[in-house]
Write a protein that binds this ligand. Sequence first.
Ligand SMILES: NC(=O)c1ccc[n+]([C@@H]2O[C@H](COP(=O)([O-])OP(=O)(O)OC[C@H]3O[C@@H](n4cnc5c(N)ncnc54)[C@H](O)[C@@H]3O)[C@@H](O)[C@H]2O)c1
Length: 351
Amino acid sequence: MQVRVGIVGVGNCASALVQGIEMYKRNPELDPIVAFKDIGGYTPRDIVFTSAFEIDARKVGLDLAEAIFQPPNNATVVFKPPKLGVTVRPGPALDGVPPAGLMPKVVEGSVEDVVKELNSTNTEVLVNYLPTGAKKAAEAYAEAALRAGVAFVNAMPAPIATSEYWQRRFQERGVPLLGDDTQNQIGATVLHKTLIRLLALRGVKIRHTYQINVGGTPDFVNLMYRRGDKEKTKTAAVKMMAMGQEFDAYISPVAYIQFLGDRKIAHTLIEAEIFGGLSIRIEATLDVHDAWNSAAVVTDSVRLAKLALDRGIGGPLISASAWGFKNPPVHMSPDEAYRAVVEFIEGRRDK
Ligand SMILES: NC(=O)c1ccc[n+]([C@@H]2O[C@H](COP(=O)([O-])OP(=O)(O)OC[C@H]3O[C@@H](n4cnc5c(N)ncnc54)[C@H](O)[C@@H]3O)[C@@H](O)[C@H]2O)c1
């Protein structure tokens, strides 16, 4: 049994995913730390990387196992896989190109090149790890996935799984669609959502909240000049947990701090009122290896996409998206989403 996975954007998240999967494959004594060890018979060790797409000349043309360690990637190195026999190919550049000076040389391919590569490698699921803000490029790869009949997992914030247009086209083509914007295994968003949900369920009046994030990855370099989409998906995710309460929320990636490297530090503050109008204050600090924190959920997501392919289910996967993404077509609390995914795996719900 295999889940044949292609990757768009060989950056830090791709690095953590490839390192992690290859490490677990080669070390049978290690138990993969994921929420769902078995999804319809597929384990993390069944994931096989079959294609990869980039525009940075430092990565294009290399084997995927080498490309993941090229600059500016700085994800923590835990495992160095041997060559995987997957050559990183050029894809459409569009708005993925950063401002001058950040990418020394751009190499381009077409949507048609991507479709051909997906077909010739029998890729089944394509994971989109493009930089936040690269909406046109995200749409170009979604188009390629559709034409090739490949499931699409949108790990970044461009509205694909939440767009009626893409929902309809994936539905008509009978191809699964998951997204938008991965919700980390234990990230700032899921922690913040859980705290807000708890307060709302206990009848506490939320006055206001903020979440500010700092990190030292290329993702943070990008977010310094293109953070709008990320702010939208993170804010929507948190506010949807408040059971209709209205309050001010400031949620933002705020600074690139080079010496933090792959670490991201998220500071969350919630101020609220309990019975009698008395104040309470909650502060939480989360310090994580950012790219690694996204890999477990993508490991689950690609297997959920494959299960949907096996069952002939197309269009947006409601439960898998609510579980794994910050801005899904239907928002659920973490425990509701967990239950929905279990029902989907067990065949008790369609999507
Ligand atoms: N924990 C996390 O790090 C996390 C969580 C949720 C979502 N995300 C999102 O996932 C995405 C990827 O994050 P990352 O840390 O790997 O970013 P990254 O900047 O390290 O990687 C992005 C890669 O995409 C490449 N690229 C740019 N335009 C391209 C194009 N047109 N075609 C192919 N490749 C192109 C870049 O060269 C780079 O290698 C971001 O949008 C990020 O916001 C990350």
